[in-house]
Ligand binder design. Structure first.
Ligand code: ATP
Length: 436
């Protein structure tokens, strides 16, 4: 399938099946904002839960945080965002369109109208959304919507250290919304002005920083593969020295092969002591660690794996999308890892007849205690299977008239389409062995 075709199919499927809707559609839409529908909200939540499970739940050395989105200018002054969180903006004098210079394929040619040599001199455009907190419009009321979640971890470093009984090497993780006034949002939910991030700041003794940087690069790449991404479609790309920010001694991106080429899913950066030092300097608070073993103080170095939740969900969607011919018909199937799939199981009574509703509801009630299940009793069964294939549900449980006699159901596998007959009494255990 051509790349542009895949892209259009994902956008269409998203709309048709309640994954992602363009926002404010009834008012003509609002550029670059999206709403996650009944299926999409589950998938996005699963991406975030899978990350949280790997990064917090399974790790004694990482704790969580949920910091505020509204923040005072002092944070962004200290972090350097007020001065440096900018992208180079150019205007096309011929058609008036605006572009981000560093993302243009040809820095002299306007991608909107094709004019060459018509760009204005680039100027630095700050991406932070500025607002005001409270009813008085003065400079003391200025607040910013955070453009990343990371600063929440740095400004709470001492709070967490004092309350969690952790010591370096340890991490603080957070998932949440971030906002950037992107010059050219686009490619569906790949680049939006409002998006969700999954970030972790890992604080280490300075001498261990390089080792932990390598560790996190490998760990993060493997996470995507473990959650079903085709290994050939994800890779690590180390930044060239001219791409590095001044404080970073190493950054690698986890990249996915999107329809438009390899592009970033996540950045892993070796940030040195830049962040804690800056906040200590600007706030006057001590942000270091007293190591009892060596009887000395040091400022921990930071390794930061920073991923986008919404962007990652889109990559999972694109990677999972398959079309195949079955009985001369095209079958669309999302081969998602069960942890990412919106529903794990769909319970489908063969017909709407009331005698099937009783056992079907009972099975749904039992299974949905443990797994997110769908329940669908309309349309022909074949159509309902196709519908579940399209949203990536790994298993369908069909309750038919034989069920009333043999107390068994048919379970259909999304990928192989094979069906097995299982006694109702064994169904939960059957799934427990497969939905691990
Ligand atoms: P870019 O260079 O593409 O603007 P970045 O390198 O500035 O991105 P980071 O600051 O490293 O991005 O953010 C970490 C992650 O957050 C990114 O890898 C991406 O997954 C996600 N992200 C960043 N900006 C956006 C956005 N505008 N829309 C969706 N996700 C984003």
């Amino acid at each position: 399938m051509a790349s542009s075709e895949l892209f259009d199919k994902i956008v269409n499927l998203s709309k048709r099946r309640g994954i992602v809707f363009p926002s404010a559609e009834i008012y003509g839409g609002f550029r670059s904002t999206y709403d996650y529908g009944p299926v999409g909200v589950l998938m996005l939540r699963n991406v975030k839960d899978a990350w949280w499970r790997s990064m917090v739940q399974l790790r004694p050395d990482v704790v969580g945080l949920d910091a505020s989105i509204l923040s005072p200018p002092a944070i962004w002054e200290a972090s350097g965002h007020l001065a440096n969180f900018t992208d180079p903006l150019v205007d096309c004098k011929s058609c008036g369109s605006r572009h981000r210079l560093d993302k243009l394929e040809d820095p002299n040619t306007c991608p909107t109208c094709g004019a060459t040599g018509e760009f204005t001199e680039p100027r630095q455009f700050n991406l932070m959304f500025k607002t005001q907190a409270g009813p008085v419009e003065d400079s003391g009321a200025i607040a910013y919507l955070r453009p990343e979640t990371a600063q929440g971890m740095f400004i709470n470093f001492a709070n967490v250290l004092n309350t969690s009984r952790k010591k370096p090497p340890f991490g603080i993780a957070q998932i949440g919304k971030s906002f950037r006034n992107e010059i050219t949002p686009g490619n569906f939910v790949f680049r939006t002005r409002e998006f969700e991030q999954m970030e972790m700041e890992f604080f280490v003794p300075p001498a261990e920083a390089d080792e932990w940087y390598d560790y996190w690069c490998n760990e993060r790449l493997q996470w995507y593969i473990d959650h079903g991404m085709t290994a050939e479609k994800v890779r690590l790309r180390a930044h060239e020295s001219d791409e590095l920010s001044h404080y970073s001694s190493g950054t690698s991106d986890v990249e996915f092969e999107f329809p438009w080429g390899w592009d970033e899913l996540e950045g892993i950066a070796n940030r040195g002591d830049y962040d804690l030092t800056q906040h200590a300097k600007h706030s006057g608070e001590k942000l270091d660690f007293f190591d009892q073993a060596s009887n000395s103080r040091y400022t921990p170095h930071v390794i930061e794996p920073a991923a986008g939740a919404t962007r990652t969900m889109m990559a999972f969607l694109m990677d999972a999308y398959h079309e195949e011919t079955v009985n001369d018909e095209t079958r669309t199937v999302l081969r998602l890892h069960h942890r990412i799939a919106a529903y794990k199981i769909a319970v489908l009574p063969l017909s709407k007849k009331p005698e099937l509703a009783g056992p079907s509801k009972e099975i749904f009630d039992g299974l949905s205690q443990r797994w997110m299940c769908d329940y669908d009793q309309t349309q022909a069964i074949g159509k309902r299977y196709r519908r579940q294939d399209e949203i990536g549900t790994p298993y369908c449980v069909t309750v038919d008239f034989d069920t009333l006699d043999d107390q068994a159901v048919t379970i259909r596998d999304r990928d192989t389409m094979e069906q097995v007959r299982i006694p109702i009494a064994d169904v939960e255990q059957w799934f427990a062995e497969r939905l691990v």
